[in-house]
Design a protein around this ligand. Structure first.
Ligand code: KE4
Length: 429
């Protein structure tokens, strides 16, 4: 049994001042039971909680830490920038550097605007698509999560699904009226909706690899189909690559699947652990954004120097030869080991992986969309989660999330994770 006296005390105290004791719902262990662990520090692929328990970390701050905790070039970059100040509310050359690093990796992005979170990025991209097309309707996909944007908290994944509120209270019907939701991975439904309402649809926003209902790759030809139907109807295609950007490939899912969206949203990795989001795409569309154009969007700390410095160092590191090959080898080793552990124990699971994001679905059969994801045995996932935690492995506290491998995960860490999974899977029989 884990020693978690200090975490329990901290959680009790946190609940006095913070709703649910956390600043983001999915951290609260609501779906897996018990109180959340309060983390004291991280280094490499490890985190240590305030009771001194050390874990191999596969949450990686929900994706940003693709280089692991305290990566030296990132920390040096932040420290050096800090010595010159924290924020000026005026342009800095760091913002140009990060913008150019993003453009270098994602050629479809001709212009990019920095914001402070993935939510801000998707919210702004949708406003831009509406302003550019003069249309109101937005299409999203069941189980995809694009942050807590009012109009997108409809059949949303991640914490919204984990905590049983895929469509959140507090969002007026009037907002939802303009949001159409369709199943992920079914191109015929998208074609039908566009045939019926194409002239009213401003944009279709999708996670090109779904990462918020567990990890679900697009079916063969699906993204190409989306590109074709949006072209035909003059609909802005938005790839929400907040999670997949610089994760599944340096150029994101659009590089991996060779499908080019009109707009891309980014976050997580481009901040290297500090708050950054971004949206970008064709100049023809991006030039509608204020002050170049009239679609308004702003932010006090957008382009914050420390966050830019962190993102710049991270993206520079990801330009190095062999980084993505190492991530691929590590992720494949882990995925194969986790799958073998489940098969050897006779536990019905379905395993997915795209690059260094992966998922073990506790489901006997394929998981290709939200409906099949929701049929997972979340209780068994919770038992697995705690079994792994007790063996020093920290996976996401929800079946409807992804596990992330970083460049800091070494073979010993991966093999220890696989060994722990063999033991825990056997204990689930
Ligand atoms: P943020 O506002 O949390 O920075 O980004 C929202 C967002 C947008 N798009 C995608 C594809 C995302 O995955 C996210 C956020 N991801 C969740 C984890 N699945 C963040 C974790 C949390 O909510 O605490």
């Amino acid at each position: 049994m884990l020693l978690s006296v200090k975490s329990k005390a901290a959680f009790k105290q946190a609940c006095e001042s913070i709703p649910g004791g956390v600043n983001s719902p999915v951290r609260a262990f609501g779906a897996v039971g018990n109180d959340p662990l309060f983390i004291d520090s991280g280094r490499g692929c490890h985190i240590t909680d305030i009771d001194g328990n050390k874990y191999i970390d596969y949450v990686c701050s929900w994706g940003p830490l693709i280089l692991g905790h305290l990566e030296e070039t990132v920390i040096t970059s932040i420290k050096r920038t800090l010595e010159k100040g924290t924020s000026f509310g005026a342009p800095t050359e760091l913002e140009i550097q990060l913008a150019e690093l993003v453009r270098d990796a994602v050629p479809s992005i001709e212009k990019v605007r920095m914001v402070n979170s993935g939510t801000e990025a998707t919210m702004s991209a949708i406003r831009l698509a509406r302003g550019y097309t003069g249309r109101d309707l937005v299409v999203k996909f069941d189980g995809c999560y694009h942050g807590h944007v009012d109009g997108l908290l409809v059949q949303a994944g991640s914490g919204a699904t984990t905590l049983g509120t895929p469509t959140s209270p507090g969002v007026p019907q009037d907002y939802i009226r303009n949001t159409l939701t369709v199943p992920f991975n079914d191109i015929d439904v998208v074609r039908e909706v566009c045939d019926k309402k194409g002239k009213e649809i401003a944009c279709i926003i999708i996670e090109p690899v779904a990462g918020n209902m567990g990890v679900i790759p697009p079916k063969k030809g699906y993204l190409e189909g989306l590109r074709e139907v949006t072209e035909n109807h003059g609909i802005v295609l938005i790839f929400d690559e907040v999670m997949t950007g610089f994760r599944v490939a340096r150029g994101g899912a659009q590089e991996l699947y060779n499908v080019t969206p009109d707009l891309t949203t980014l976050g997580k990795i481009i901040g290297g652990g500090l708050p950054v989001g971004a949206y970008g795409g064709k100049s023809q569309i991006m030039d509608f954004v204020s002050p170049r154009g009239s679609v308004y969007q702003a932010g006090t700390l957008s382009g914050n120097p420390l966050a830019m410095a962190s993102g710049i160092a991270t993206l520079k590191k990801l330009q190095e030869d062999g980084v993505y090959h190492k991530l691929e080898m590590s992720s494949e080793r882990l995925a194969e080991g986790l799958q073998k552990a489940a098969v050897d124990a006779g536990i019905p699971t379905y395993h997915t992986r795209v690059g260094s994001m992966l998922c073990t679905f506790f489901h006997d059969g394929e998981v290709t969309d939200y409906e099949s994801a929701k049929r997972c045995d979340t209780k068994r996932y919770a038992s697995y989660f705690h079994g792994m935690l007790e063996r020093g492995v920290y996976f996401a506290p929800s079946q409807f999330e992804a596990a992330f491998v970083s460049t800091a995960h070494g073979e010993d860490d991966l093999d220890a994770t696989i060994q722990a999974s063999c033991e825990v899977m056997k204990s689930l029989k």
